[in-house]
Design a protein around this ligand. Structure first.
Ligand code: COA
Length: 332
């Protein structure tokens, strides 16, 4: 078995690696999601001070890629952590390729000084996945179980307006402000500060995850990357009467494939909970999206199963569960 490092700037090598990644990690999953080829190429070839990444492949005796390993190494926070995607193409499973990649992962974690390994295992609803037994065999434990839910867009306009009207009375003192792609300069510091509280505010189960360090420069870097990827973003925030940023929600639409949309973070700061802002923010953001985008898209979101508040908001919008995503970790 030969393992090799893949250079993302070598387009032929990267294309082959990405094809194997999709084949291996999407096998048997109707709603598998990974970065589309060109979006991932942009993310991996732009210089960023926030992450370093490593791409590896293991080849079979005929020279074809049998399995892939992707390492994500945060640079500004969580510097003990390595987030990992490790997958073997279906026709090459149970032949030791996964183990070869896991051993390589241990070597690379040691070289990079990382002591916490984090990975996702996607499981069918009510069923098991090979990744669970594999992770257990590698000494990992499950840190938290998330549900992957989807929502078919566009939503009915009248339904959204009714929901907005239903909750309006609860958040009268708050102002909702929306933007596309670029956060207004006067909000960017507050927005970065709120983003940085995510890992402390969302349920993390047993996961060893530190707060991320966010500032305006990091927000701008993320926006620049999304622009280069052809992604479009919609953000809505709630501003409290005293001017503080009380909450936010973000969604992204992939520019290349026009199939999927992603509901990423929604957060209401602790002091401002109980005003139905979670639902109000999401409803407003969907209304903003639908002012210009009425394409058929599948919106994806992931939430901890124990996150009852967020799950209630998603149920009100009509999300349905499609798979369970378990987050596993190992301390070295
Ligand atoms: C999990 C995965 C990477 C395993 O790859 P693999 O090449 O089949 O793994 P190996 O052949 O090295 O298996 C190592 C051990 O893992 C366990 N294992 C792997 N697949 C298993 C399965 N389907 N059922 C039960 N145990 C399994 C066994 O203990 C196995 O040892 P054994 O074959 O001697 O019994 C592969 O199934 C896959 O790509 N799944 C989708 C992505 C994923 O879940 N990644 C895991 C992230 S940790």
């Amino acid at each position: 078995m030969i393992t090799e490092r893949i250079d993302p700037t070598d387009s032929a090598a990267f294309d082959e690696w990405h094809g194997a990644l999709v084949e291996a990690s999407a096998a048997g999953r109707e709603f598998a999601i990974w970065w589309p080829l060109e979006e991932m190429r942009v993310a991996l070839t732009r210089r960023t001070p926030y992450f370093e990444r490593e791409l590896w492949a293991v080849r079979d005796e005929a020279g074809a890629i049998a399995g892939v390993l992707y390492l994500d190494l945060p640079q500004k926070d969580n510097t003990s952590l390595v987030s990992v995607e490790l997958a073997v193409v279906p026709g090459r499973r149970r032949q030791g390729y996964g183990t070869a990649l896991a051993e390589l992962l241990d070597e690379r974690a040691a070289v990079r000084g990382r002591t916490i390994v984090h990975t996702m295992v996607h499981c069918p609803l009510g069923g098991e996945a090979p990744g669970q037994a594999f992770a257990r065999a590698r000494g990992m434990t499950m840190g938290i179980s998330d549900m992957h839910r989807v929502l078919q867009l566009p939503l009915d306009q009248g339904f959204l307006e009714e929901l907005a009207a239903e909750v309006a009375g609860h958040h009268r003192d708050y102002r909702l402000v929306s933007w596309r792609d670029r956060c207004p300069d006067d909000l960017v510091d507050a927005y970065a500060a709120l983003e940085g509280t995510f890992n402390d505010e969302a349920p993390m189960g047993e996961l060893e995850m530190e707060a991320e360090v966010y500032d305006a420069a990091r927000i701008r870097s993320r926006e620049d990357q999304a622009r280069a990827q052809g992604r479009r973003s919609w953000v809505t925030v709630a501003i409290a009467p005293d001017g503080t940023l009380a909450g936010q929600t973000e969604l992204h639409v992939s520019g290349n494939e026009k199939v999927n949309a992603f509901q990423s973070g929604t957060l209401v700061a602790r002091a401002h909970r109980g005003h139905r802002l979670g639902l109000a923010l999401k409803v407003r953001n969907h209304l903003e999206l639908q002012r210009t985008n009425t394409e058929q898209l599948v919106m994806h979101t992931w939430n901890a199963e124990e996150n009852t508040a967020m799950n209630a908001v998603n149920a009100a919008l009509g999300y349905r569960a499609v798979e369970r995503t378990e987050e596993w970790q190992r301390k070295i």
